[in-house]
Design a protein around this ligand. Structure first.
Ligand code: FES
Ligand code: FES
Length: 133
């Protein structure tokens, strides 16, 4: 199966790449199957994700799903961001080849890890999330 046009677009021109200097939540997750790493930065204000960015050593599918995921949670509340699933991100990208589905989990997990880090910084119990997929 070939990549969709949207996947190719987000891979070639990823949105929100890099580190956020003023992030107040940073999450890093790794995929135990391949060792790929994803780092997500969020800036939260009044319970809203004002800004978000990512860095990854993952493959093109990881880049495209992260790019799309950052667009989908920007401006959303924390609760809305926590509900974002890798399935929803894949649907927004018009699908991924089956062998690449696990790569899309990195973005979802990294967002949850970043929110968990934010919670810790403001004195709320961290989320019970897994660091590995
Ligand atoms: Fe490693 Fe996709 S992130 S193969
Ligand atoms: Fe590592 Fe796909 S092989 S995330």
């Amino acid at each position: 199966m070939a990549y969709s046009e949207k996947v190719m677009d987000h891979f070639a021109h990823p949105r929100n790449v890099g580190e956020l200097a003023d992030a107040n939540g940073v999450g890093e997750v790794g995929n135990s199957r391949c060792g790929d790493i994803m780092k997500m930065f969020i800036k939260v204000k009044d319970n809203v994700i004002e800004d978000v960015s990512f860095k990854t050593f993952g493959c093109g599918a990881a880049v495209a799903t992260s790019s799309m995921a950052t667009e989908m949670i920007k401006g959303k509340t924390i609760d809305e961001a926590l509900k974002l699933t890798n399935k929803a991100v894949m649907e927004a990208l018009d699908g991924l080849p089956p062998v690449k589905v696990h790569c899309s989990v990195l973005a979802e997990q990294a967002i949850k890890a970043a929110i968990s880090d934010y919670y810790t910084r403001i004195g709320i119990d961290p989320l019970p999330i897994v660091g590995e997929i």
